[in-house]
Design a protein around this ligand. Structure first.
Ligand SMILES: [Zn+2]
Length: 200
């Protein structure tokens, strides 16, 4: 279940509600690419087709707000998209701005990314599921800082790991199933320009 901060302005609230509706349809459509326990928790949060038994036993919950200040006055490509502490998510103005400019579902992609963090997913988990659900429609490819974080944890997340011996790197579940790849196209930095010895 998601609770909206009452202070969110109406324009951003409407965009967030659209994003939650989009996730409510996209999650079941992509459920084959999401480990079932993660799927149930995410689906329970957006309250689309939640398993009532699961929701009653362990209601997943997040509080959702809007930050108009961080990144204000900077160029469009600076500042965070969002940040999360415990179960509180702030979506920043940059995300809404990019959605307006690019005409993609950026708000939904960022919200999904942050929900994975609320469920204690790592940066790799959050980037991977953002990519798998919103590739070419709001997801951004991992940047240099993201790759540093992936490397720190040996390319392993809570629900998936990255097979970097394949091109493009494959997002794998722990049953050894490939869920998809970070395509080299649209992916700065590509495997080719990562520092030497980066991929092991
Ligand atoms: Zn993240």
């Amino acid at each position: 279940m998601l609770t909206y901060d009452p202070a969110i302005p109406s324009a951003q609230k409407a965009e967030l509600e659209n994003a939650v509706r989009e996730m409510g349809t996209r999650l079941p459509a992509k459920s084959g690419n999401i480990p079932s326990d993660l799927f149930r928790r995410l689906d329970g949060m957006v309250a689309a087709t939640a398993d009532p038994g699961f929701a009653a036993a362990c209601p997943p919950h997040a509080w959702l707000s809007y930050d108009p200040w961080i990144g204000r006055g900077t160029p469009v490509d600076e500042g965070p998209y969002a940040y999360t502490g415990a179960a509180c998510i702030w979506i920043c103005e940059r995300t809404f701005r990019e959605q307006r400019v690019m005409g993609t579902r950026r708000v939904a992609a960022v919200l999904l990314h942050e929900l994975v963090h609320v469920l204690c997913g790592s940066e790799l988990d959050a980037e991977a599921f953002e990519w798998l659900l919103f590739e070419l429609d709001g997801a951004t490819a991992p940047d240099g800082g993201d790759w540093e974080s992936f490397r720190l944890y040996n390319m392993r997340g809570r629900w998936i790991y990255l097979d970097t011996h394949r091109t493009p790197p494959q997002i794998m579940d722990y049953q050894g199933r490939s869920l998809g790849g970070f395509t080299a196209q649209n992916m700065p930095p590509t495997c080719a320009n990562l520092p030497a010895g980066f991929l092991r």
